[in-house]
Design a protein around this ligand. Sequence first.
Ligand code: SF4
Ligand code: SF4
Length: 58
Amino acid sequence: MISISDACIACGICVGVCPANVLEIKGGKVVVVNESACIKCFACEDSCPTGAIKVENN
Ligand code: SF4
Ligand code: SF4
């Protein structure tokens, strides 16, 4: 599963790097809109400046 903590500053970097359009900025925060499309590439996690987003391998 994908979790986003309060450390998120809604910079949108994860949205931009995700190859599967899993994430969107909505109402000033990041939301997971299509988790089933996630290919677990970890690009979002690797590019997040605050370590707010975590992708778990299950
Ligand atoms: S792990 Fe990859 S596919 Fe999944 S949400 Fe992050 S960037 Fe998108
Ligand atoms: S990259 Fe990190 S801080 Fe930026 S919007 Fe995504 S989860 Fe939030």
